[in-house]
Write a new protein. Sequence first.
Length: 570
Amino acid sequence: MKPIHQLFALALAAITGFTCAPNSAGPAPDLVFFNGNFFTADSLQPRASALAVLDGRIVAVGSDEEIKKLAGEKTGRVDLNGAFAMPGFIEGHGHFASLGQSLLNLNLLNSKSWQEITGLVAEKAKTARPGEWIEGRGWHQEKWTVSAGPTVNGYPYHDALSAAAPDNPVVLYHASGHGLIANEKAMQLAGISRETSDPVGGRVVRDANGNPVGVFEENAMNLIEKPFGDWKNRRSEAEKVAAFEKAVQLASRESLAKGITSFQDAGSDFWEIGQFRRIAEAGQLPLRLWAMISQPKPSDYGRLADYPQIGLGNDHFTVRAVKAYLDGALGSYGAWLLAPYTDKPDSYGQNTTPMDSIAAVAAACRQYGLQCCVHAIGDRANREVLNLFEATLGGNHTVRWRIEHSQHIDPQDIPRFGALGIVAAMQGIHCTSDAPFVVKRLGVERARLGAYAWRSLIDSDAHLANGTDAPVEDVDPLPCLYASVTRKRADSGFEFFPEQKMTREEALLSYTLWNAYAAFEEKDKGSLSPGKYADIVVLSKDLLRCTPEEILQAKVLQTIVGGKVQYRAQ
Ligand SMILES: [Zn+2]
């Protein structure tokens, strides 16, 4: 069988009449890029040094000599100085608004002292309105290199935090997500005093005198989250819109800086979808967004009749899929398994949405012509979705329904992805992030044969997609590509069943053409082929030829969307 990218290129040439051979007839291009080292992801012409752009689309790909000939008087010329360039990265599964939200809040993952953290809060408080909550995440007292002063169980007192933001409630989540520290203002709003008792399954951390120090563990976090949630809900529509716009702006900037030209959003509600649409149509979305509607309530199925919505805002926003959630995550024993957890023999994990509800979502997708994308991590969850898709689609293998994560698959089920035309939307980086606990949870055999089984899936003709699940992981494609081709942790050198790794070219395709396919967008994106968008990333390393470690050192030099430079390294 011909590789899919080759078929696409051939089909495209047939449809559009474009060929790769530059042709001097027709209007002069707006822009030519030359002196580049292009990997095009198009098997008809995989390498080139130049390309020409007209109206945001590629019109020719070839040698410097061939392309420069096409340039007219008004054509802009961009010398790439020999740099490596390829189709812009397509994030195959991330959470766009949450990514922006996470950037809006304080990121404390790398902070080295309590003083540094309270300093960041004081800085933030300077521009915050009185009463506005300040949120942060990622602190860990064991990473601090300077004494935090008096502590209780290693935790600091809230005093410095309260002094840093006297007029703003502050909530800073622990890196584990299982605790938080609040300042005085937040505790006042929550009505916390020495009389406050510990809720079931939680602890208000207190000093020897019984006074709360500011740290709340597990279910005690709810005490602080209650007034925080109330405040969020009380915001006016205008405030919510402004916060959302800010998040979109930050997520766009962050993605573009990492070479991402298209982003597949794995689940937004109708309000968020409406906001994305408005922002895109106002020309305020600098990259291309493709979104899934987050699992609607049955009473909202009728609203799906308004979709798909394709190519809005000058091809910057598309909604053509629905997301549903079948199980949880492996780390927290939430993945739904066929056999019990190796390290928790009484548990098969969690089926978070009943199968008949998922079936109703799938039926609605069928009715309205939408892609059905189901979150499935465990092998039981994956089998259930494959069974459901097989039954619902009745032999139609062209709809590109997706299993989000497809993380642990029973070996018997692996060939079914290819056979049924189901996309395995995976995240290379999850493999190496989760590696330390996968064998504990699944045992060696299940982990070896079915965990992140990229090689087995590709070899059985499955369509893969790749991504990061940002903000769960950093949205940066480079560590994800490194994980995809090495299955190795850069910090410890630990390798996770390397026989399942991708080749270098497969990994680059998984982040470009394969993700475009998973969104029905391969006619417009995913390779640098005549007729497609001039969505390009320029990098400091040749990702096909550099050493694996150099992938991690590569810098994004330029990110180009529709021929327009949207990010340039300083
Ligand atoms: Zn996700």
